[in-house]
Write a protein that binds this ligand. Structure first.
Ligand SMILES: Cc1ncc(COP(=O)(O)O)c(CNCCCC(=O)O)c1O
Length: 449
């Protein structure tokens, strides 16, 4: 694993209590100005970030195992991205592609056609957020098929807009009291190997979902299946081998659009450019965001040209969609990912981390499962000797890791999953230090009564 040179010292170093005085002052200002509904994981305020570290306003340097929720895969200030952003912003920050188009948008669409799974003719449309991309993928599928029903899965997460809340499974905090939600969304059982009956194969789990689709919805009503190849917010759930492919094959055989939501899994995160590749699945439409542009807000739907071009002119768009500065950042980010071969770096991270966590699990009864692919890895915590979720333990472990200078995130339908999403440019030593702190936090919390 190569250690690129970075602008900031790649180290874990705490110089004040947490939060420090400047963060505490900012927290007071925030309480008087920012809505309480916007939560934050860390009690500290960012001042700088580079490579695998994030530095707060009091000078504390943290190992970042969150990447801003799988976004800053090339780091939060990669020089190639920063230069591309500055250069574009100095020329024009916005014209609205629907008013006066520009090459940067076209260039990103060309790269997405080249990079996403499948050699078929593709078209793309660019947006600002993952939820917007998922929303529009469903719009395209409904228009192209003339059908309205959409299938989502248990433990799914697709966003916070009305349709994507309807697609999302977990009620609190995402959906509680925000209804009513969009109709015609149907939830099917997911392949969740840790919680499924032992030995349930991917094909059997797919058949379980398909038989319910056929019985409860009817194929002639079904426009699309929307699924994350590895479920993110729902708990980094890697379906059993064959599950995705069986669903995709069934969908194709019945004229149902297969939408892969790769907002969190896309762009090298799982050890391939896109997670569908691990299962040999070519989606009809793919929703993208997060890692695409080095931290700049950009999202996309890329898919079969016959589906995407079924939409009448003016049927897709939005004021900021494919902002030129974000497009410049995306082209720089994709270049960095290609030149550093970051899918391979993600696989190296998996090899460096997963066995270490699995070894820890053999001596730590509260670790129910260790799973993931590439640099999208997770530890599911349970009460010893059971599969009962232990969310309070996950919170305690994340808090302990933070107190030692390592930023981690939790997730999961039951809130009991610690997830690791390091920047793919993190150095080997820094990663090892961060995982060591997490391991010690897991051991320590497991010993508490
Ligand atoms: C698979 C998948 N699809 C869609 C989305 C939505 O992407 P947006 O860019 O947050 O809208 C996500 C965003 N995941 C992080 C949400 C964090 C939070 O809001 O609490 C995702 O992971």
């Amino acid at each position: 694993m190569h250690d690129a040179t970075h602008r900031l010292p790649q180290r874990r170093a705490l110089v004040t209590p947490l939060p420090g005085p400047r963060s505490a002052a900012l927290a007071a200002r925030r309480d008087a100005a920012v809505a309480a509904g916007v939560g934050s994981t860390a009690p500290v305020y960012a001042a700088d970030a580079d490579g695998g570290v994030l530095v707060d306003v009091d000078g504390n340097s943290f190992i970042d195992l969150g990447s801003g929720i799988a976004v800053t895969s090339v780091g939060a200030s990669h020089p190639r991205v920063a230069a591309a952003v500055a250069e574009q912003a100095a020329r024009f920050t916005h014209t609205c592609f629907m008013v006066t188009p520009y090459e940067g948008y076209v260039r990103v669409a060309e790269q997405l056609a080249e990079r996403t799974p499948g050699a078929h003719d593709k078209r793309s449309v660019l947006f600002n957020s993952g939820a917007e991309a998922v929303e529009n993928a469903v719009k395209v599928a409904r228009l192209a098929t003339g059908r309205t029903a959409v299938v989502a899965f248990d433990h799914a997460y697709h966003g916070r807009t009305n349709l994507t809340m309807a697609l999302t499974a977990k009620n609190m905090p995402y959906k509680a009291r925000f209804g009513p939600f969009a109709p015609e969304i149907y939830r099917m059982p997911m392949s969740y190997p840790f919680r499924d009956e032992p030995g349930l194969t991917g094909a059997q789990a797919a058949r379980r979902a398909i038989s319910r689709i056929e019985a409860q919805i009817g194929v002639d009503s079904l426009a699309a299946i929307v699924i994350e190849p590895i479920q993110g917010e729902g708990g980094f759930i890697v379906p059993a081998p064959g599950f995705l492919a069986a669903l995709a094959d069934w969908a194709r055989a019945h004229g149902v659009v297969f939408i892969a939501d790769e907002v969190q899994t896309g762009f090298a995160r799982t050890g391939a450019w896109f997670a569908c590749e691990h299962e040999g699945v070519v989606p009809d439409l793919i929703a993208l965001a997060k890692g695409i542009a080095g931290g700049m807000p950009l999202a996309a739907v890329t898919g079969r040209a016959d589906l995407m071009d079924a939409v009448h002119p003016g049927g897709l768009g939005g004021t900021y969609g494919g902002n030129p500065v974000a497009c410049a950042a995306a082209s720089a980010t994709i270049a960095v990912m290609r030149e550093l071969d970051l899918p391979a770096r993600a696989r190296e991270i998996e090899v460096a981390v997963l066995p270490r966590l699995r070894e820890l699990a053999t001596e730590t009864p509260v670790i129910g499962d260790v799973r993931g692919r590439g640099a999208m890895l997770a530890v599911e915590l349970v009460r010893p000797g059971s599969t009962d979720p232990a969310p309070e333990l996950a919170k305690a472990v994340a808090a302990e890791a933070l107190s030692q200078g390592v930023l981690t995130l939790t997730c999961g339908t039951y809130g009991n999953v610690i997830r690791l999403l390091p920047p793919l440019v993190i150095g080997a030593d820094l990663l090892a230090d961060g995982v060591g702190v997490l391991a010690e936090a897991l051991r320590g919390c497991a010993r508490r009564p």
